[in-house]
Write a protein that binds this ligand. Structure first.
Ligand code: ZN
Ligand code: ZN
Length: 274
């Protein structure tokens, strides 16, 4: 069986003899088709080229998984420990016996979820490697699923896949864009895993939101306000983005400050003099 992986976005596609002709994720204005054209790979091929996974502790109860060299967008994945098994957040677009063994060392994966369709990688292969653990996909983003499978559970608004972890739909980048709230994280102060729903700036002291990464289209004020409203009731202190960036503490204040500034620029309330 060959589950094809789009080299640009890293999303796995159904088992077919030949690679699919196109990736609708990459044809969408939020992504891109590389100038050299759509290209495909698969996990055995990547493994033969020396691709490996690594797992490091981000804080007690939370591990960060990276794949080297990068596959697709090259995002980081997270493994959140709960009392009923682990949640795999934003799986990589790559799977191998080495990668599964590494994750299994931390215990069974009991649920898989991600912030939006760009960062779901080889989610079905990962589920099948862990006794068909349920994969949570926002109902609003159902269209973008490339490899349909009975393990997919659709949800809207809020959903708690395992004790102490809650998916919160914020919208913005995609209608179903979400964050994961891990209540026990940051020594009980709460952690948010943000995906592309909130993009942490390289100084680890700002966030931004976008209709389109990497094509840099902004969101309208109403969408930014909706994100603020949906985050407002949540208790959290630390935030982890999809790459190496982390806001260590006081994240709600950073979010409020950053997004109010964003709205000021949208409105033209602030400006540079030319
Ligand atoms: Zn793609
Ligand atoms: Zn994205």
């Amino acid at each position: 069986m060959t589950f094809w992986i789009c080299q640009a976005c890293g999303l796995e596609h159904p088992d077919t003899l030949k690679p699919p002709g196109e990736c609708v994720i990459c044809l969408d204005e939020r992504q891109y088709v590389p100038p050299a054209g759509q290209a495909w790979t698969n996990s055995p091929r990547l493994q033969n080229r020396g691709t490996t996974a690594g797992l490091v502790e981000a804080e007690p109860g939370l591990h960060r998984m990276t794949v080297t060299p990068d596959v697709g967008i090259g995002h980081h994945s997270f493994l959140v420990e709960t009392s009923a098994g682990n949640l795999l957040w934003e799986p990589p677009g790559f799977i191998s016996e080495q990668a599964v063994a590494l994750v299994r060392e931390r215990g069974a994966v009991a649920a898989i979820a991600g912030s939006h369709p760009h960062l779901m990688g080889a989610m079905i292969s990962w589920s099948h490697a862990f006794d068909k653990a349920p994969v949570y996909v926002a109902e609003a983003d159902r269209y973008w699923t490339r490899r349909p499978d009975p393990v997919i559970t659709h949800w809207s608004g809020r959903e708690s896949p395992l004790p102490g972890v809650t998916l919160v739909q914020c919208g913005g980048h995609f209608p179903g864009s979400s964050v994961l709230l891990w209540a026990h994280g940051a020594a009980g102060k709460g952690v948010l895993l943000t995906g592309d729903t909130l993009f942490i700036g390289p100084g680890n002291d700002t966030v931004s939101v976008m209709r389109s990464y990497p094509n840099k289209l902004p969101l309208p004020e109403a969408a930014v306000r909706a994100i603020l409203d949906r985050l407002h009731p949540l208790t959290y202190d630390r935030m982890y983005g999809s790459f190496e960036h982390v806001i260590d503490h006081d994240s709600p204040a950073v979010v409020a400050r950053s997004l109010e500034r964003y709205i000021s620029w949208l409105r033209g309330d602030v400006h540079d003099d030319y």
